[in-house]
Design a protein around this ligand. Structure first.
Ligand SMILES: NC(=O)c1ccc[n+]([C@@H]2O[C@H](COP(=O)([O-])OP(=O)(O)OC[C@H]3O[C@@H](n4cnc5c(N)ncnc54)[C@H](OP(=O)(O)O)[C@@H]3O)[C@@H](O)[C@H]2O)c1
Length: 198
């Protein structure tokens, strides 16, 4: 398959890239500062450019998403808007703009995370963004068939414990290769409207 992978240079993106290329797929990488295409998907006009430049693909895979982390008393309205733009609208636009452009039976795989269901202090923006994306996936799936859309919703990555472990005391981590396999499942499988909780 020809697959476009956004966030390919990140911790998760590298693992997803390895898994997808290892399955023989042709992967076009996208990021703001690295990749085959340098684009910011938080800007809907740049997402339009992405689809213009990449041509017809079989799958769109997202491993990107930025949200602010702060105590709720320090959050501003702009912080919540930034979270919406950085993780929700960015991924919604991949689907909204992609429906008319990807293969007839193509798929979208979005990234959310454990904070949709297991909150931690300073994570309100991440929780709301992840929850919004998961609700969107379920809703979009019933409209876009035979195209498909799923989300991957992992807990903290084992490989990220050094950076984020203190936010998740006592919580299980998940190895990146297992998360990457959920992307393979979403891309190559037949399910839609699923949130793969890892
Ligand atoms: N780390 C964890 O333990 C964990 C656990 C569960 C869920 N997640 C979620 O998984 C996703 C990836 O996390 P990560 O730890 O792999 O992050 P990361 O290492 O910072 O990687 C994110 C990648 O996405 C790209 N990116 C970010 N925003 C973009 C945009 N608007 N347009 C284009 N590219 C963009 C970044 O590259 P540029 O900066 O060059 O654009 C980078 O390559 C996030 O949504 C995160 O919330 C992470």
């Amino acid at each position: 398959m020809k697959i476009v992978l956004i966030g390919a240079g990140g911790t998760l993106g590298v693992a997803v890239h390895t898994a997808l290329t290892g399955r023989g797929h042709d992967v076009v990488t996208v990021g703001r500062s690295s990749g085959d295409l340098r684009l910011d998907i938080a800007d809907p006009e740049q997402t339009a450019q992405l689809y213009e430049r990449v041509g017809r693909v079989d799958a769109v895979v997202s491993a990107a998403g930025d949200v602010p982390w702060k105590p709720i008393t320090e959050m501003t309205p702009q912080d919540y808007l930034d979270a919406f733009r950085g993780k929700v609208l960015s991924q919604v636009e991949l689907v909204r703009q992609g429906v008319g452009r990807i293969a007839e039976r193509g798929s979208f795989t979005l990234i959310t995370g454990v904070l949709a269901r297991e909150p931690v202090p300073t994570g309100t923006a991440a929780s709301l963004a992840n929850g919004a994306v998961e609700a969107f996936v379920r809703a979009a799936a019933i409209e876009i068939a035979p195209q498909r859309v799923n989300a991957v919703s992992p807990t903290v990555f084992t490989e990220s414990l050094g950076d984020y472990g203190d936010f998740f005391p006592g919580m299980e981590s998940v190895d990146l290769d297992k998360v990457a396999r959920a992307y393979v499942r979403s891309v190559e499988g037949a399910q839609t409207g699923q949130v793969y909780v890892l």
